[in-house]
Design a protein around this ligand. Structure first.
Ligand SMILES: Nc1ncnc2c1ncn2[C@@H]1O[C@H](COP(=O)(O)OP(=O)(O)OP(=O)(O)O)[C@@H](O)[C@H]1O
Ligand SMILES: [Mg+2]
Length: 253
């Protein structure tokens, strides 16, 4: 498949709003989602039916763009595309090196981002295996990840920071999720906050797990302590009487 043909095919599968989004991004040289190899990765996932059309952007963040898409069977999916040019190379290296699952040092920026996306995919798999509610991973190619979409027809589920929710239930969800990650998946999330939890009706879904590290990573205890501190601080602000040592105990045993 030639690049030009892939672009043409993909463009025919984009909604109007997304087409504008892709073009805008393309014009900014420092943040190109739609660069050559990303196009080919999207095309690869389309040709295998994981993505049929892309409906609208859900989020344009510092490092990744997330889109709502539909697969060949007509089910809604979320597509997360890591941008190569604006990736935080230093941070990615820090989290990847030291994780026994991802041996070897990557000096190549592009390859590091591919590994980062692969790491998110495998973290999602491990978390699903441990019974943590996260988006179910579906497929991944290079810097593009396809996963379960959380939300309804019209809009994606809101972030905890923007949602009304039962505070006690939210707290219990997080502590339970951290415990399952720690004990069963042998992982520490490392970026737990109200920005990385979706409120889906009465339930909660943890997202953004690319940085989660194995317990053998030298920084895992420090990251766990930070997660616990952040959770305690947030729920105290929400009016709960929570204790950091108590959370830590629940997570560890
Ligand atoms: N599976 C999903 N279903 C619905 N919405 C999602 C899904 N995954 C991510 N989102 C939305 O996309 C946003 C960005 O996703 P995520 O937190 O995984 O990326 P990120 O790495 O934090 O990006 P950045 O920090 O650069 O914004 C989330 O805040 C959420 O609103
Ligand atoms: Mg996030």
């Amino acid at each position: 498949m030639k690049y030009e043909e892939a672009v043409e095919y993909i463009e025919s599968r984009l909604s109007q709003s997304v087409r504008r989004d892709f073009l805008d991004i393309d014009r900014k040289t420092e943040s190109e989602v739609f660069d050559h190899s990303t196009v080919m990765a999207i095309y690869y996932l389309m040709s295998r039916g994981y993505i049929d059309s892309i409906d609208f952007p859900i989020s344009t963040g510092k490092e990744a763009n997330v889109f709502r898409a539909v697969d060949q069977k007509g089910s809604m999916v979320a597509v997360k595309i890591y941008r190569i040019a604006t990736s935080n190379f230093r941070k990615m290296r820090m989290y990847i090196e030291g994780d026994p699952r991802f041996k070897g040092i990557s000096h190549d920026r592009r390859r590091l981002v591919y590994r980062w996306s692969m790491k998110e995919f495998s973290n999602l798999e491990r978390m699903v295996g441990a019974g943590v509610r996260v988006p179910i991973p579906i497929s991944q190619k290079d810097n593009v990840l396809v996963m379960e979409y959380i939300g309804d027809d019209e809009r994606p589920a809101p972030l905890m920071k923007d949602a009304d929710f039962d505070v006690e239930k939210g707290f219990d969800f997080i502590v339970d999720a951290m415990g399952r990650m720690y004990r069963d998946a042998k992982l520490v999330h490392g970026d737990i906050s109200e920005y990385n939890i979706l409120v889906d009706g009465d339930s909660f879904v943890l997202i953004d797990v690319s940085q989660a590290v194995h317990l053998k990573h030298p920084a895992s205890s420090e990251l766990l302590e930070r997660d616990v501190r952040n959770v305690a601080r947030y729920f105290r602000k929400k009016g709960l009487d929570v204790d950091e040592n108590d959370i830590m105990r629940k997570v560890r045993d």
